[in-house]
Design a binder for this molecule. Sequence first.
Ligand SMILES: Nc1ncnc2c1ncn2[C@@H]1O[C@H](COP(=O)(O)OP(=O)(O)O)[C@@H](O)[C@H]1O
Ligand SMILES: N[C@@H](CCC(=O)OP(=O)(O)O)C(=O)O
Length: 370
Amino acid sequence: MHALSELRQARRFVIKVGSALLVQQGKPRVEWLASLAAEIADLRKASEVIVVSSGAIALGAAKLGLAKGGRGSLADAQAAASVGQVELARLWSDALGHHGITAAQMLVTIGDLEERRRYLNASATLARLLEAGAVPVVNENDSVATEEIRFGDNDRLAARVAQAAGAEAVLLLSDVDGLYDRDPREAGATLIERVEGVTPEVMAMASGASASGLGSGGMLAKLQAARIAERAGIALAIVNGTYVSPIARALDGPVGTLFVPQGDASARKAWLGGRLAPAGVLTVDAGCAVALEKGASLLAAGITEIEGDFARGDLVAIHGPKGERLGQGLVEYTAAECRSIRGLKQDRQADRLGYAPRAAVVHRDHMVRT
Ligand SMILES: Nc1ncnc2c1ncn2[C@@H]1O[C@H](COP(=O)(O)OP(=O)(O)O)[C@@H](O)[C@H]1O
Ligand SMILES: N[C@@H](CCC(=O)OP(=O)(O)O)C(=O)O
């Protein structure tokens, strides 16, 4: 998909709604939500829709009378989210219910979308809900997620959900028209309509701060989400949601920034490429680095160092001799086994371990290079 209007062809959408759109001065924007629900009902005539909705912390903080919109401390954010999520679910259930659509709440943590087995589980739930005709309304499970296990922003969460659901398009509804070449509050800022690859230059355009003070990620989080999506072959657009009927304005306008999918990585590789937290590091020698560059599997003979305590099937980062990041992949041996067979030729692995189920330590099929 190369133009915003082409997104209409997508068979499965993820629509992400930021806190600032849903909540103003602690109150939900019910009429605006009703107009969005009408657009979702319209989209569903030809496509499937998953919503990723922020707003629990902002809604809950207002109810509990917490300072700083509930973001003063982790405990405040968790308490606010618990209270706000109840209201958020009701708002969506009412708004979609008005069009005869069943809303389904799904609260997830980073592990649910990053640990392979749980990722497959979340993916199956989403598929079943869509098949049954519901609209999943996803948010982070903020009331139990601690700082270390949180996404923190719903932009990356939306990109992950899109991967897990096999969606073709993600719409990030925000309070700006899209990505500007610099902070839009600066003079001369220009809207970028199309991005072919989120390069470091593109990343440099974003500032991490959220102007509204309600959201958490700012433009930086949206660009990180765009990177996850483009690698997964998913089109992503940042569009202005502040208007009534924002989807029609963005797609028929068209106004916004489209991030064109890059390549057509298989779902599994996309998942690997986008995963955030490797369990360990394998450092390899120069010869191995060259072989990996050419697409070979990582063999024990090339490993010089092992960091971390990982299990078979975990994600590990792969570093070159100077510590440079070469890629990451699913490891076929535990950390202890890797330490034991490091530097060994393939035919000696079985002698050392007494078994050698796999020739490669990280097979090329389960590896992505950076
Ligand atoms: N280069 C940029 N282009 C567009 N917006 C930017 C840029 N750099 C920083 N921003 C800020 O990012 C904000 C959007 O992020 P955020 O407030 O987190 O949105 P949301 O709550 O919708 O997730 C914009 O309102 C803008 O102030
Ligand atoms: N999960 C949080 C939202 C996280 C967040 O702030 O996201 P966003 O407003 O999209 O930057 C909530 O429901 O309040």
